[in-house]
Design a protein around this ligand. Structure first.
Ligand code: IVH
Length: 666
């Protein structure tokens, strides 16, 4: 039982981190297929455990919390996600469920291509676009109105042709980048020495979440409308009618088809799969939706997805190629990873020649060696993956595990219980230094545009960067005359470095590359402690009170800050003017500031844990149990003993509507 709980915890932590990387950083580390596998495993383990599933489990939530760069906007109605089907029998089961629930033999379905971009919610008031927000966690998204206004598929004003429209109408759809615009963007990225986007979806997300809307405008984003939130039901009685109205309003909508049963759904799926390569934009499957709104309402939704719709995903494209060599790559923490260097091959629309094999166990399991014929796929069209070797030659030479680091020749060691092998060279290993620097300046960290991997490698080679602190003490005059480093480039780089000095504390902590501190943990630390000194000085007990920080993570944080050379680097960074923006912990004029508040039950429009985090940021003291010291109890659905206790003690009781008002209080 304990093992089961541990695995559930591990999966929840991983999935939260993946959500964050996918939705906030636009930089996923695993493909859709692997994500879905982990999510399915979690769903089944939660069922096996048979205990109530917490509202903040990734099986119950959509997306990830919003980042702090854009203003948060609460959607009028939550944005749901879709359950996935991969096999025909899963589609059959879906149709059967729908038929049983509504007691009809063959209800009408509408089939829509599933565009691979990112969902946005467009709020129209009296027909005028007022707020555009990303999906965020489904309840609260990021305000990207200025950026959305640059997309010509989105009308600023609805073309109502004199017909009445709801006072408030939320139009939902997908912002995406065409294959052509994607290729052109990556060419520009390459020419500028910036890292390319992995796929059009990441490129679209990255382009929409620009602080400068002029950058978005240059990226040529497009939009398809596929649904509505508030006001939608006043507009139409079915999905097909809704799409027709949205098209009349001036939105781009996709070509759809109607179907009466599983056979027709599947036939259309196969047809679209054939057409997929010719489409000017990426689709990753099709969506089947029950057409009639009244029937949809009867089916309702479970946790994160409606029961009246399902996404039928296309399988990841698989191709074969030959492994030229196995390369041992040294990461920023010294982990040495086997990487397959392959004969370049096109898969999922992108040329692939490298794929990580993660660790020695996987290398052995997949039987990959120099000369092996392997199957490669881009799962979810993100990261290339070697599925395995075909026709393994029994006499082939299996790769030899290195005894010394390929970058610095220091000895290699293996921590007990871990599969990874590591270099013992620390920062004296140029590979670790380079990787650490690449991580430090990367998009999710200090985000220094123009300081790409190639430039960093050269700066390390030339001895201009020997520590992350050197980033802010660079001798720019030494770069004059370097290939690709014109005067303007150098000036831009200098400006980007200067601009990065005020990144958030969360980004700064993440950038330091502390073991086990990914973006989610860094965000948790920043919002819990508020400022750098507090994190640096935190003892184990204080660290353990941060959500998601367990003993191993706490130990890693403590040992990082205990190292004199790490503290030294931080002091140099601060002395150079880096000022991790402290999180505002107390909004002294907020009605709840300084008050002790308990949240109980579940809330329809926000996860409880997220609400707690947001309240904490407003200066509220969230507590776990009701006592005479509790100032306010905010009760959601199914509130139980805490509510009765609060009543007994005469504690002020508030509901979800009040909670949302407090969260939006300005
Ligand atoms: S409907 C309640 N229709 O897929 C239904 N979603 O995996 C909500 N997507 O968040 C979505 N094309 O970003 C719908 N024709 C389509 C879609 C579509 C792409 C995306 C959307 C959604 C995700 C769900």
């Amino acid at each position: 039982m304990n093992g089961l709980k541990q695995r559930i915890d591990a999966l929840r932590t991983q999935l939260i981190e993946h959500n964050y990387r996918y939705y906030i950083l636009d930089n996923p580390q695993i493909g859709d297929a692997e994500y879905d596998r982990q999510l399915r495993e979690l769903v089944s383990l939660e069922q096996e455990l048979g205990e109530p599933v917490p509202a903040d489990s990734p099986t119950q939530t959509v997306g990830a919390p919003v980042s702090s760069t854009f203003a948060a906007r609460v959607h009028g109605e939550p944005l749901l996600s879709l359950a996935n089907a991969f096999e025909d029998d899963e589609v059959q089961a879906f149709v059967r469920r729908v038929c049983e629930a509504i007691g009809a033999a063959s209800p009408r379905f509408i089939i829509e291509p599933k565009v691979d971009g990112l969902a946005v919610n467009l709020r129209y008031e009296q027909g005028q676009l007022s707020i555009a927000a990303t999906r965020g966690d489904g309840t609260t998204g990021e305000d990207v109105t200025d950026n959305i206004r640059t997309i010509s598929d989105i009308p600023w004003q609805l073309n109502t042709a004199g017909l009445p429209v709801p006072d408030v109408l939320e139009v939902r759809g997908e912002v995406y980048m065409s294959k052509q615009a994607f290729a052109a963007l990556n060419e520009r990225q390459d020419a500028e020495g910036a890292s390319p986007f992995a796929n059009p979806r990441n490129a679209a997300a990255g382009s929409l979440r620009q602080l400068d809307a002029r950058v978005t405008a240059r990226r040529g984003l497009c939009f398809f409308a596929y649904g509505a939130g508030l006001g939608g039901r006043e507009l139409a009685a079915s999905q097909s009618q809704l799409l027709a109205r949205l098209a009349d309003f001036g939105f781009a909508v996709q070509q759809t088809a109607m179907a009466d049963g599983v056979d027709e759904l599947l036939a259309h799926y196969h047809m679209l799969q054939q057409q997929r390569p010719e489409l000017p934009y990426e689709i990753d499957g099709v969506v089947y939706k029950l057409d009639d709104f009244a029937l949809q309402s009867r089916l309702g939704a479970v946790a994160r997805s409606p029961r009246w719709a399902i996404a039928h995903k296309f399988p990841a494209e698989e191709v074969q190629t030959t492994v030229r060599d196995i390369i041992w790559q040294v990461g920023r923490t010294g982990v040495i990873t086997p990487v397959a260097d392959m004969q370049p091959v096109a898969v999922g629309g992108v040329m692939v020649s490298r794929a990580t094999l993660h660790n020695i166990d996987e290398l052995r399991r997949k039987q990959v060696y120099a000369g092996a014929r392997v199957i490669v796929r881009r799962a979810g069209d993100v990261i290339p993956e070697v599925v395995g070797a075909v026709d393994v030659d029994p006499d082939a030479c299996m790769p030899v595990i290195p005894e010394v680091c390929p970058a610095c020749q220091a000895s290699v060691f293996r921590i007990e219980g871990e599969v990874a092998i590591r270099c013992s060279g620390g920062l004296s290993c140029p590979a670790q230094l380079t990787e650490r620097l690449c991580h430090f300046v990367s998009r999710g960290a200090m985000d220094i545009e123009g300081m790409g991997d190639k430039l960093i490698a050269r700066l390390v080679d030339e001895g201009l960067l020997a520590s992350i602190a050197d980033v802010y003490e660079l001798d720019y005059s030494a770069l004059g005359g370097w290939q690709g480093m014109g005067e303007k480039k150098i000036a831009n780089l200098q400006a980007a470095v200067a601009e990065s000095k005020n990144r958030t504390l969360a980004r700064f902590l993440h950038a330091l590359g502390i073991r086990h501190v990914g973006t989610a943990t860094a965000t948790g630390l920043a919002s819990h402690f508020g400022e750098l000194d507090a994190v640096m000085g935190a003892d184990e007990e204080a660290l353990l009170s941060v959500p998601d920080v367990g003993p191993e993570v706490a130990a890693s944080i403590r040992s990082f800050f205990a190292e004199a050379h790490n503290r030294d680097v931080i002091h140099r960074l601060l002395a150079a003017g880096v000022q991790p923006a402290a999180v505002k912990l107390a909004a002294s004029n907020h009605p709840l500031a300084g008050k002790t508040v308990v949240l109980t039950g579940s809330f329809a429009s926000i996860q409880r844990r997220l609400a707690q985090e947001q309240l904490r940021a407003l200066g509220v003291k969230p507590a776990g149990s009701v006592s005479k010291n509790t100032d306010v109890l905010i009760a959601g659905e199914k509130a139980g003993s805490k509510l009765s206790k609060a009543r007994e003690l005469g504690v002020e009781i508030a509901d979800e509507v009040q909670l949302i008002a407090w969260l939006n209080w300005q």
